[in-house]
Ligand binder design. Structure first.
Ligand code: SF4
Length: 61
């Protein structure tokens, strides 16, 4: 079963990198990333976004 990405908004600095790599999954709202499509990644289980995040705010549950 696919992992569900969640953003720790306390850590997120709103850099937008995750939105750039996965616009289907993440969206910036009020300078924080929100998960808008938790099941929209069918290539890497959002590993790429998690890896590119500079503050490791993207976790999985
Ligand atoms: S890459 Fe990380 S810090 Fe940047 S917007 Fe996404 S969750 Fe926030």
């Amino acid at each position: 079963m696919a992992k569900t990405p969640v953003v720790d908004t306390d850590l997120c600095i709103g850099c937008g990198s995750c939105v750039e790599v996965c616009p289907e999954v993440f969206e910036l709202r009020d300078d924080k990333a929100w998960v808008i499509g938790p099941d929209k990644c069918d290539t890497c289980n959002c590993e790429e976004a998690a890896n590119i995040c500079p503050v490791e705010a993207i976790k999985f549950e």
